[in-house]
Design a protein. Structure first.
Length: 200
């Protein structure tokens, strides 16, 4: 399993990039957002990867952030969503926008992606709502965020940076926010969320 690549961006195409790692070029499929985030050809890059293995191919898919990679895994777990469709969704919506759309049941936003019809968008919203916990991620999504200033979103981001999956991070932060109540500091929220996550 190749978890990430660190090297030089040698090619940037419409839907793929080639990362040169010590003289070996790795072809990785990627969303348009990831390709934009990689910067110019010739620059140093680090890209998170997911290896897809089938009877007739082995393919790498690359992501600018671990959050995007985790959403790719969640999306491809939905029946009817393959790698191409998942990348289409992540090209149209950022991970935070996907999270918000699912929390709100916003099928129209999901259906903006290429290859996603209304029925598939509804299936994605329904199947993944439980997996992200259906809790507030930033202000204006579901229940109010602690203090109304997006502190829960910051806490979720902190847990994601520590390697937690989106669903794990969102659920842990939601439980911590409920216990601490309005006015909790970000530090306290993250500390309690880490304890909550370690128990799941």
């Amino acid at each position: 399993m190749i978890a990430h690549l660190k090297g030089t961006l040698s090619v940037s195409g419409i839907d793929h990039a080639v990362i040169d790692v010590n003289g070996v070029g790795y072809l990785v499929g990627a969303s348009s957002r990831t390709l934009q985030a990689l910067g110019p050809v010739g620059g140093s890059v680090t890209i998170h990867t997911e290896m897809l293995v089938a009877e007739d191919f082995i393919r790498l898919v690359g992501f600018a952030t671990a959050d995007e990679r985790d959403w790719f895994r969640l999306l491809t777990g939905v029946q009817g969503v393959g790698a191409r469709v998942a990348l289409g969704i992540l090209s149209t919506l950022s991970p935070e926008e996907v999270r918000t759309a699912i929390a709100r049941g916003d099928k129209a936003s999901i259906a903006r992606a290429n290859g996603v019809g209304p029925k598939l968008a509804q299936r994605i919203a329904m199947e993944l709502k439980d997996k992200v916990g259906g809790i507030a991620i930033g202000p204006g999504v579901g229940a109010p965020a602690a203090g109304g200033d997006g502190i829960e979103g910051d806490a979720v981001s902190a847990l994601l940076n520590l390697g937690f999956r989106p669903a794990e991070a969102a659920t842990a932060v939601g439980k911590a926010a409920e216990e601490l109540g309005v006015g909790a500091s970000l530090d306290a929220l993250v500390r309690l969320a880490l304890r909550k996550a370690s128990r799941t």
